[in-house]
Design a protein around this ligand. Structure first.
Ligand SMILES: [Zn+2]
Length: 434
């Protein structure tokens, strides 16, 4: 079995977490009647533990904790993969991608943000975004019993309660609105609930991290007046402002402009891995103060400061093949993916342990507390992740690691999805129309 069960010392293991939680809440709320309850508590413990007389706190398996949590992944790139390669997301893509419908369910993913992405060279990025959304809409039509578009928290809660996956779109790159607020509104109406203001390319109104930190010329730094209007329109619509990919100057302009909590849909910690895509401690503190959340990216390049050098060395070893593939017309991203898969033994040795991802999580928790961190895997947009994180079925390993690191179950639930859902709800327009 892929995820071996942890040993449960006490026979209470069959006592589901929710029931336990409800049970402990009742005790906490009814202290005066506790004396009356004691015989019942003792009886339950005796029945549960059979021969064990020692009073023990029930240990939950990580699978139980994982099952009970609402798991939200804010960044999954499978749609472009399926479009480009002619794959079927509701078919079996094991061995070809990180994600398919069956494996999402196996990994316990309850809410999946499907990234809508094209790079800055696309001539009609808005139309491309619409086509990408169409590709998921067809999957939803074929599988209404398994996955449903659920862009608001009320629908989402119902969908998850019914045991289905809630699907939401996330726009990765402000260039897809083509400098037009009406197009932003149309993306919202289709079910987009966040937009990264830039991808690696800057827009005419926001500078990216890549451009702000390179020597190249950038037309402007930070948000222009129109950029501020974009942020304000997103606030009004109820679309979360995503600060992943934007430069620091844009970031601070966003923090000064937004009236709602922001997210970083797929970024990690700069203090551990000083990559321009990661967030510095001051930024993480600002996001916490704003009530937002940082969703950790699993990409090794954003976790391990040595990975850049390791990748360069790897590419140098396969330089002739790389050049040949590029000359044959293969896109540079696909060349890396192809070579990483072909020489898997070498690239597997370059993967850090899962504990490195947990170090990023610990850093944020120690800096600002457990309310401001979550998960944005970037699966199907990355060529390398920590050991064990092979695809979307691997999420329970993170729950296991959190339990082993001593995280409280309540905090684990927040990190797996509760924090993001809090921010999504805070962004939703007030139903009273205020
Ligand atoms: Zn990205």
């Amino acid at each position: 079995m892929k995820y071996p069960k942890k040993t449960i010392k006490c026979g209470i293991r069959g006592f589901k977490y929710t029931r336990w939680k409800a049970f402990s809440r009742v005790i906490a709320m009814n202290t005066p009647c506790l004396m009356k309850c004691i015989p019942v508590v003792v009886l339950i413990l005796l029945v549960g533990c059979k021969t064990e007389t020692k009073k023990e706190v029930p240990l939950l398996s990580y699978e139980e904790v994982h099952d009970e949590a609402i798991l939200v992944d804010t960044h999954n790139d499978i749609l472009l993969h399926t479009m480009e390669k002619g794959l079927v997301f509701d078919g079996d893509l094991h061995g070809q991608t990180h994600t398919d419908l069956r494996r999402l369910r196996e990994g316990g993913v309850d809410v999946n943000f499907f990234s809508i992405w094209c790079d800055g060279s696309e001539e009609t990025p808005f139309d491309f975004a619409m086509a990408e959304m169409d590709s998921l809409a067809l999957v939803l039509e074929r599988n209404p019993d398994k996955i449903v578009l659920a862009p608001d928290t009320r629908t989402l809660e119902k969908v998850v309660e019914d045991g289905k996956i809630a699907a939401i779109y996330g726009i990765e790159g402000g260039h897809m609105i083509e400098d037009d607020l009406e197009k932003l509104t149309r993306l919202y109406e289709r079910g987009a609930r966040y937009m990264t203001l830039t991808w690696n390319n800057s827009t005419a109104w926001a500078s990216s991290a890549a451009d702000e930190t390179s020597d190249g010329e950038t037309a402007h730094m930070g948000l222009t007046d129109f950029g501020k209007q974009v942020v304000q329109r997103m606030n009004t619509l109820g679309m979360m402002v995503d600060v992943s990919h934007i430069g620091e100057q844009t970031f601070w302009d966003v923090i000064r402009t937004t009236s709602k909590p922001v997210i970083a849909s797929h970024s990690s910690v700069h203090a551990i891995c000083p990559h321009p895509r990661n967030l510095k401690d001051e930024q993480i503190k600002a996001i916490a103060k704003n009530g937002g959340v940082v969703q950790l990216n699993f990409y090794t390049a954003f976790l391990d400061p040595d990975f850049g050098q390791k990748t360069e060395d790897f590419m140098r070893r396969h330089q002739a093949e790389k050049d040949s593939l590029e000359q044959s017309g293969m896109h540079v991203y696909l060349v890396e993916e192809y070579l990483f898969q072909k020489y898997q033994e070498e690239t597997d040795a370059m993967r850090p342990p899962l504990s490195l991802l947990m170090d990023h999580m610990d850093h944020i928790v120690q800096l600002v507390g457990p309310d401001y961190v979550g998960l944005g895997s970037d699966f199907d947009g990355i060529t390398s992740a920590p050991q064990g994180l092979d695809d979307v079925t691997s999420f329970p390993l993170i729950t296991q690691a959190m339990l082993e690191n001593g995280y409280a179950v309540e905090d684990i639930h927040k990190i797996l999805g509760g924090n993001l859902l809090r921010v999504l709800k805070a962004n939703e327009p007030d139903p009273r129309g205020d």
